[in-house]
Structure formats: structure tokens, C-alpha cells
Design a protein around this ligand. Structure first.
Ligand SMILES: NC(=O)c1ccc[n+]([C@@H]2O[C@H](COP(=O)([O-])OP(=O)(O)OC[C@H]3O[C@@H](n4cnc5c(N)ncnc54)[C@H](O)[C@@H]3O)[C@@H](O)[C@H]2O)c1
Length: 415
């Protein structure tokens, strides 16, 4: 498998991919700074890194950064539908072993992860835990010597925690998602903006005055709700966690059970990481013309089996399927229920991904430096990395801040 160096949709797209990569890189200054600091020492020389991430223009900056720092990089998509084919082609021409194209079958998607693992990476960078799960449980990779891995998203964190709880974890995993400079900006600002982008690109209807139901008020849901409200939507939140529900209520949103919200919403966005949050019964209760989309990591949040399997389906706009029920009622599904902000739009903006990927790059380097003393367990990203990323991000945005005086430090430490 590894003898094949790449597999992409069309290598001739590389020229367009280069322009797109350059646009992203120009807006990911803080990642550039990290590369600049390390370019001479090439700390990743001799290391093979396997990455399972959405192959977008922003990700291309991380992949080429790892290569610039000396690594051999093999990469596949973190989702069968999220690859930007021009970027995949460009990466192939830049010496990345990339196995990714948009519209993969589930089987092709798994084969691509296996292709990456066949390069025998010693560090894994994952988004959703599909690669880490394969590295742990597929007998083909029993002998793989991994010194450490990272996990990019909330859904992947839950899965890798389950592996740890079962006592089956084989190497340390750094939870990049939980770094403050990751989830606060990426999950909230990144998904908030790119979800609106997905609603606009797929449906292009007026957001102002619409009732938008945000399912789940975690980091992602808070971002989606605030951006939709910013455009004049009347936002309804559904939750299962009383504290998050209270927060949503105090933030000024209508909070109610999904059974009620289903009847009221014009658009629905699931943001939970949970399965079955919009069920067939909810879909049947929706008004004619309702639009539903998911931005949670996996396509399990909406009953797409009912919409795509039992309704009459036609694609009415790119990324938007009309699903006509037996009653003739129409519900529109964005991106087949997969990550709408990546399938129907381009994912997070580069400035946000620069922070997430600085965390990734610094975590890879942390593993490389410390793996001999690291235990087989999950690790939070050290505060020093979080603070470094925040300082670099502020500097990139030309924002200066104060620092504590000696007197204030003494005051803070005295009883
Ligand atoms: N689309 C993207 O680009 C992107 C970016 C970051 C994270 N994610 C994914 O988005 C999902 C959410 O991430 P997060 O960081 O906001 O997680 P989170 O844990 O902060 O929030 C999830 C929220 O959903 C709520 N919830 C769970 N089940 C529910 C139900 N049945 N009904 C209503 N609410 C329910 C939880 O109580 C919680 O408040 C995850 O799958 C994550 O991997 C996607």
C-alpha cells in the first residue's frame, strides 16, 4: 500500500490548489512564526507523521510546515466529503503522501487511513479518532510503533477516552481540542462563521427573521447561535445539560425541547457530537421547507437514513438535497448530514486554524521531546503551549497587552 505515493482526484488541479494554499498561508502568520523559529534545526528530521485531518487549504499549511521541519508526511481526509481536491493535488506535487478526494465511499475512506498507517508513522495527528482507532484495533497495524498522537476534535476526544477507559490505550495522546486556544476559537468562532457560510452557500436564503434551532449549546453551538443572532435570526436552543441550557436562556435565547422546536424552526443545525438528536419523528413534525444541517463531527446526529432512504431525493442546489416525504412535505438536507461547514463551505477561516494548528505542531514537537518519559495516557496540552499560541496570535493581530507589576505579583501571592 505504501509504495503508492498519493491518491487524489485529479493531479491537474494542483495549480489552483497552490493559489488556495498561498492565500491560507498568508493569513496564518502565527504558524509561520513557529516554522521560522525552528526552520534551521529541522526538529522533525527522520520522523514520519501520519495525519488524518480535513484536507483543506488551512491543513495544507500544517502539512507543509511539518515537511519543512524535516518530517515525512502521510495524510488522509478526516471525513469522506471534506477534501478540497485542488489542495490534495497540490500537496501531492509538494511531496506529501496524500490519500484523499471528495466523495469517498466508507470503504475508500478506511483504505486511505490504512494507506497512511502503512507508511509506519511514529506520530499520529487525528481528527475524530478514526486513525487512532484503526492503529489500536486493526490487526494489520499490531506492530506499529507509535510514540504519541494528538486529537483535534471533541468527538475524537470522547472516543479516545473510551479506549483509555477500556485499558486499551497503547501510546500517549495529547488532547489538542481541549487547549483553550483551540476550542475557544476553533469550535466557537471557526464553526460559528463557517456554519453561516454553509447556510448561505447551500440555501442562500435570508437569515434575518428566520427561526434557527441550534441543537446543543457547547463550544460549537454557542458560536453558531451567536453568529446566527448577529445576522438577525431568532435563535432557539435545545439542550440536555441543565447548566448549558441555563446559560443559553441567560444569553437571551429561547430554550425548549426538540419536540417543540421541531415544529417552529425554519433551519436546524446540530452541534452535539451525539447520535439521533434529530429523529424521524422530529423530521415529520417540521414545517414544509425546513432546512437541516449538522456540524457535529459524525453524520449520526440527523436521521439521514430516513431522509435519504425513505424520501424522494433530488439535489436542488450544490450541497442541498430536497427530501420529499410521503405526505409531500419537503425537508432540505445540507451536505448529506455530514459536517455542513466543510462539505457545503470551506471549513474554518485560516486565522482560526493557525491557532489550532500551532497547537498541533507544538504538541507534535512536545511528544518528540518528551515521549520517553510520557506515560500511556491522555495528556492536556501544557499551559506553556496555550500561552505561547495566545501571545503569537495577539502579536499577529497587532494587539498589545499589559503585564503584572512586581507589586501585583506579590499582592496576588500573599495571604
Ligand atoms: N464542524 C466543525 O468544524 C467542528 C469543529 C469543532 C468541533 N466539532 C464537533 O462538534 C461537536 C460538538 O463539539 P463541542 O466542542 O461544541 O462539544 P461540547 O461538548 O462543548 O458541546 C456539545 C453540547 O451538546 C449537548 N448535547 C448532547 N446531546 C444533546 C441532545 N440530545 N440534545 C441537545 N443537546 C445535546 C451537550 O450537553 C453539550 O452542551 C463534536 O462532534 C465536535 O467534534 C465540529
Amino acid at each position: 500500500m505504501a509504495s503508492r505515493k498519493y491518491r487524489v482526484k485529479d493531479i491537474r488541479l494542483a495549480k489552483a490548489g497552490r493559489l488556495s494554499h498561498e492565500w491560507a498561508r498568508d493569513h496564518m502568520v502565527i504558524l509561520d512564526k513557529t516554522i521560522d523559529r525552528l526552520r534551521k534545526s529541522k526538529p522533525l528530521r527522520g520522523v514520519t507523521v501520519g495525519m488524518c485531518l480535513h484536507i483543506t487549504k488551512e491543513t495544507s499549511v500544517l502539512l507543509l510546515a511539518a515537511k519543512e521541519l524535516g518530517a515525512t508526511v502521510a495524510a488522509c481526509a478526516g471525513n469522506p466529503m471534506s477534501t478540497q481536491d485542488d489542495i490534495a493535488a497540490y500537496l501531492a506535487t509538494r511531496g506529501i503522501h496524500v490519500y484523499a478526494w471528495t466523495g469517498q465511499t466508507k470503504k475508500e475512506y478506511s483504505q486511505c487511513i490504512a494507506s497512511v498507517l502503512s507508511h509506519k508513522p511514529s506520530i499520529l495527528v487525528d481528527d475524530g479518532a478514526d486513525m487512532n482507532v484503526m492503529a489500536h484495533f486493526d490487526p494489520r497495524f499490531d506492530g506499529l510503533e507509535v510514540i504519541g498522537a494528538t486529537e483535534e476534535t471533541t468527538a475524537g476526544v470522547s472516543r479516545i477516552r473510551a479506549v483509555e477507559r477500556a485499558g486499551k490505550l497503547r501510546y500517549p495522546v495529547m488532547i489538542v481540542n481541549d487547549a483553550y486556544t483551540k476550542h475557544l476559537f476553533d469550535n466557537r468562532h471557526g464553526t460559528g462563521q463557517s456554519t453561516v457560510d454553509a447556510l448561505l452557500r447551500s440555501a442562500n436564503l435570508l437569515i434575518a427573521s428566520k427561526r434557527i434551532v441550534v441543537v446543543g449549546y457547547g463550544w460549537v453551538g454557542r458560536g453558531v447561535a451567536s453568529r446566527c443572532r448577529g445576522l438577525g435570526a431568532r435563535v432557539i436552543v435545545t439542550e440536555v445539560d441543565p447548566i448549558k441550557a441555563l446559560e443559553a436562556h441567560m444569553d437571551g435565547y429561547d430554550v425548549m425541547p426538540m419536540a417543540n422546536a421541531a415544529k417552529l424552526g425554519d433551519m436546524f443545525v446540530t452541534c452535539t457530537g451525539q447520535t439521533g438528536v434529530i429523529s424521524k419523528a422530529h423530521l415529520l413534525a417540521m414545517r414544509d421547507g425546513a432546512i437541516v444541517g449538522n456540524v457535529g463531527h459524525f453524520d449520526v446526529e440527523i436521521d439521514t437514513a430516513f431522509l435519504l432512504g425513505s424520501c424522494k431525493v433530488r439535489e436542488v442546489r450544490p450541497g442541498l438535497d430536497e427530501c420529499v416525504m410521503r405526505s409531500k412535505k419537503r425537508v432540505y438536507l445540507i451536505g448529506k448530514g455530514r459536517l455542513a461547514n466543510l462539505v457545503a463551505a470551506e471549513g474554518h477561516p485560516p486565522e482560526v486554524m493557525a491557532q489550532s494548528f500551532s497547537n498541533q505542531l507544538l504538541s507534535i514537537l512536545y511528544i518528540l521531546k518528551n515521549h520517553k518519559t510520557m506515560e500511556t495516557r491522555l495528556y492536556n496540552v501544557p499551559d506553556s503551549i496555550d500561552v505561547r499560541v495566545a501571545r503569537d496570535a495577539l502579536a499577529a493581530m497587532n494587539v498589545r497587552i499589559d503585564s503584572l507589576t512586581e507589586e501585583q505579583i506579590t499582592y496576588m501571592n500573599s495571604w
